[in-house]
Design a protein around this ligand. Structure first.
Ligand code: CTP
Length: 400
């Protein structure tokens, strides 16, 4: 429920603006107050009257409306909310946000606010995939803007692909997560997830079978307890959850740099399956067969150990560092030794032998190892493992 929460809803000028009417209705059903702002372009798609009627509120439209400035200035308007939501967020609005333009009411509010901002992008698939939009998205992620969607599907313009605004329940979930006052509210947690890709040449790479499922579930569970989550992910099969700050990387060295850039943090959870080795003699251009029948000789160099590096930080080490250990034999012994070697606080160990079906499956059976010893958990869904672990993390971080 969102009882007592105030959402400043900026409606951009896109065909998905009609879904925002439903968003207003459902937010109010959940007890939220919705303060609507319409851009000029949005008024081509929905009328101020219908928005105002559904929100049971005045609609804010113009930066230079003196009556509004007298009643409530744009600075105050942007800060009186608990969360600012932009739905639909058009390519134009995203570009304005990324470059800090403030030339109308919506963009000025977005610049002036001190609250979290969640956007639900909506645009034609080509516009979404355009390098300019993707560049803006990276900037917005870096600025801590939360992003819900877009979804993939048939679009109003007749094309198919990513760009369709997330469905209303998905946006509500992201709003709910962003507003939740859980035990980790105000705490920052870094989560690594997925595999890394280590290039051989510009078109080939070495990777592993990690789907990113457990790391994604961890990020979701920590977010649901109110944490601000920086989710550093390799190219995973599972999409990153909404309501977390996503940093996409490919190699282990990029992952380390992203984790270091995300500090300080109250806790860090290393669920990624990081490649231990990278190709030291990776080629800058595509390797060709030379006709001799001889395969190229790849030389390997050891990648930095991200978990060990963070665990052994002299200054600014997160209060709690949690590693994962994928083992096939002597799970508890190996994982216990790994905890001591890397110097993390906890190790979540699991048996990834093929017959367990854990790698790539929906379930996990873990042993939680800390300084006190090993705690064997029953087999359960990865999501449930994540929920219980997140709760333990919240207890530990709260006790520090
Ligand atoms: N890890 C890391 N950086 C690396 C390798 C591993 O951060 N370069 C982290 C993983 O995210 C995980 C933990 O270390 O939390 C253990 O990973 P695992 O693959 O089980 O251990 P390895 O260090 O690779 O040891 P080994 O291959 O000897 O089992």
């Amino acid at each position: 429920m969102l009882t007592g929460k105030r959402v400043l809803l900026i409606i951009g000028g896109g065909i998905a603006a009609f879904k925002s009417l439903d968003l207003i209705r459902r937010l109010r059903d959940q007890g939220a107050e919705v303060v609507p702002v319409l851009t000029r372009a949005a008024e081509e798609f929905v009328t101020p009257l219908s928005v105002s009627a559904l929100a049971a509120q005045k609609v804010y439209r113009d930066l230079f409306d003196l009556t509004d400035e007298a009643e409530m200035g744009h600075i105050e308007l942007s800060r009186a909310a608990d969360l600012v939501v932009v739905a639909p967020a058009t390519a134009d609005l995203m570009a304005k946000m990324a470059s800090g333009l403030a030339n109308d009411l919506a963009s000025t509010l977005l610049m002036a606010t001190d609250k979290r901002v969640l956007i639900a992008p909506s645009m034609n698939v080509r516009m979404w995939e355009h390098p300019a939009t993707q560049r803006n998205l990276t900037v917005l992620h870096g600025d801590g803007i939360l992003v819900a969607g877009p979804d993939k599907g048939a679009m109003a313009c007749g094309e198919f692909g990513p760009g369709r605004m997330a469905e209303v329940p998905e946006i509500i979930d992201a709003i709910d997560a962003a507003l939740r006052d859980g035990p980790l509210k105000g705490r920052h947690v870094i989560v690594t997830s997925g595999p890394t890709h280590e290039p051989i040449d510009p078109v080939r790479y070495i990777a592993n079978r990690s789907s990113g499922a457990q790391g994604t579930a961890m990020a979701e569970a920590l977010r649901d307890l109110g944490a601000t989550v920086t989710f550093v992910t390799g190219p995973a099969d599972v999409a990153p959850p909404p309501g977390v700050d996503v940093v996409r990387i490919e190699t282990a060295r990029e992952m380390l740099a992203a984790v270091q850039a995300a500090h300080p943090a109250d806790a860090a959870v290393f669920a990624a399956a990081v490649a231990d080795w990278r190709v030291e003699n990776a080629s800058g251009s595509k390797m060709k067969k030379d006709g001799s029948g001889k395969a190229p000789a790849l030389e390997f160099a050891e990648n930095p150990d991200i978990l060990a590096t963070v665990s052994q930080m002299d200054e600014g080490r997160p209060g709690l560092v949690v590693g994962f250990a994928a083992e096939t034999d002597d799970v508890v012994e190996n994982a216990t030794a790994k905890r001591l070697r890397k110097q993390c606080d906890w190790i979540v160990a699991n048996d990834v032998s093929v017959e367990t079906g854990i790698m790539g499956g929906d379930e996990n059976a873990i042993v939680l190892i800390d300084a006190e010893g090993a705690d064997v958990w029953p087999r359960m869904a990865k999501r449930d493992v994540a929920r219980l672990l997140a709760q333990r993390i919240a207890d530990a971080v709260g006790a520090r």
